[in-house]
Design a protein around this ligand. Structure first.
Ligand SMILES: [Mg+2]
Length: 265
């Protein structure tokens, strides 16, 4: 594969650029190379718990200078999606990243009792303070006609402390109670976030590539969006190779880490 002709590079964050709080060796060198060569690049994460400012600060601590515009989270993308829909109060199960993105986009965000509100949407993301009461408020809003949207459906969240429940666990709880699925799941493997970037940059899929450590989210998002894909074995990648179905579709390239990208220029 020749990467010289690609104009747009989309990187997953955790497992590709860093592992927890540790940068992946060589990541900064690749990003500097892309900057020098006037390539466009974005960071794409399903993690809705942090704001883009918080991700920017996290990257800066690793010596990576990113702009907020380059960081697309499922929380930010959810706000973008909702801006195209009829407006109304939103009940949120989620953390500051999601709540802030929705408020910044101008929405009225409710995180308390929904019984006196005409809730238009229930948005569910990862919430590490998830409770039965929050689930009950969300169910009440859905029963009264609100629409159900999920930031992402990752079943688990890999952390330095081991595997923890992901946003998908909370989405499943509400789906079970309400007996409906979300009308849309914004995060990868859905193409919504990739399409958002392609449209913003006016770059055709043939000019773009996604680099990720998860087959079922990053690589499938790329395949679904019809862009080339690179699976890296840093992060979850080494286990993810086993998830590739024998009959495909396969990633276009499998590398040990982001550092090896430089060999393809
Ligand atoms: Mg990852």
């Amino acid at each position: 594969m020749n990467l010289k002709e690609k104009q747009l590079f989309i990187f997953d964050l955790d497992g590709v650029i860093y592992l927890g709080n540790e940068p992946i060796p060589g990541a900064k060198k690749v990003l500097d190379f892309l900057t020098t060569n006037k390539k466009k690049f974005y960071y794409l994460t399903n993690n809705s718990t942090k704001t883009r400012t918080q991700f920017k600060e996290k990257l800066l601590k690793m010596g990576i200078n990113a702009s907020e515009q380059q960081i697309i989270t499922s929380a930010y993308a959810t706000a973008k999606y909702l801006q195209r829909q009829p407006v109304g109060p939103i009940y949120v199960i989620g953390e500051i990243g999601l709540i802030n993105e929705l408020r910044t986009a101008g929405f009225s965000v409710i995180t308390e009792d929904t019984s006196n509100e005409q809730i238009k949407y229930v948005v569910v993301g990862l919430d590490r303070n998830f409770t039965y009461q929050k689930l009950a408020y969300a169910l009440t809003a859905l029963e009264r006609g609100a629409k159900f949207i999920a930031t992402n459906a990752d079943p688990t969240l890999p952390t330095e402390y081991g595997i923890l429940p992901g946003a998908g666990s909370m989405v499943a709880a509400l789906s079970t109670a309400a007996n409906i699925s979300p009308m849309i799941i914004i995060g990868k493997p859905n193409t919504f976030m990739v399409d958002l970037i392609l449209n913003q940059e006016k770059i055709p899929p043939s000019q773009a590539i996604i680099v990720g450590d998860r087959y079922t989210t990053d690589i499938m998002a790329g395949i679904n969006a019809n862009i080339k894909t690179i699976l890296v074995k840093s992060g979850a990648g080494i286990k993810e190779i086993k998830l590739i179905p024998p009959s495909g579709p396969n990633p276009d390239l499998i590398l040990n880490s982001i550092a090896e990208i430089l060999n393809y220029f």
